[in-house]
Design a binder for this molecule. Sequence first.
Ligand code: TUI
Length: 317
Amino acid sequence: MTRQGRTLTELLGIKYPILQGGMAWISDNGLAGAVSNAGGLGIIAGGSLSAEELQTEIRRIKEITSKPFGVNIMLLSQNIEDQIEVVCREKVPVVTTGAGSPSRIIERLKSSGTKVIPVVASTALARRLEKQGADAVIAEGMEAGGHIGKVTTMVLVAAVASVVKIPVIAAGGIADGRGLVAALALGASGIQMGTRFICTTECSAHHNYKERVLSSNELDTVVTGISTGHPVRAFRNKLTRKIEELERQGNGVEAIERVAIGGLKRAAREGDLNFGSLMAGQSSGLIRDIKSVSELLEEIIGEAEEVIEVLGGIKRW
Ligand code: TUI
């Protein structure tokens, strides 16, 4: 239960408190529809989609599932105004936002009946967005893949949960039932996972991308782009080495982000292990198999229930 007395599952109308992160070029209607059908909240990545493409994705997911789903709006995108228009028109149940503050768009989304759940990387932003009407926040630690903040999940989730009353969803470094229970212990009401969902049968990411996750350990990701103000975590490869070199030479934001953003498509669609931007979180070191979305969700919930039972049996320290 949250301190408002309503669970996250009740707020969102879902069975399990598990959200699937909106990963650009990866989280399409097929993956998101499978997650919603399995009892979580599937989220389509607005990411690099045009308004027309986003509309098509939304119409397709409505054919796959009658359950709630979400759309992620990446606030660094050029066309967020057009994306918002589509989301409002299509009455999308939930919008998550990332890579900035959604202050200026909350009211519009809420007035069309959409629940708004921003990713926050600080307590200050969490507090501000609660006042502005956010329905919940996602506290995403720097263990996550893709664009990240500076604080770890362990600290950020506990800190955010201490200062807001709306539900907090933990993200970054979570891939199994142990992570779900740990998040609940920190004060979260649920979790969001991105990298774990790459290794599912319904995920359309290239086979090479999935294999890279499976064969990796917890040290295999690196953070580049700190000099641009937009740090990104991805698997170490020729591309990340190239970006590190560009940064050392003092190149500007545009030069660096051009290689990074183009690289995500190369990774997800073409499986380019050398020059693709294989964004992934540190949790890839925990992922050892590819399974269906529904098997994954059932496994995580089963494992979480086991862990809770074991913890409940601890009577002495
Ligand atoms: O957005 C993400 N993950 C992403 S976006 C992306 S595409 C991209 N590619 C290259 C460069 C930049 C983006 C790949 N992965 N996650 C959510 C997230 N949001 N992480 C961190 C934040 C965040 C950071 C600062 C949210 C709010 C924020 O607020 C700053 C402020 O204005 O207070």
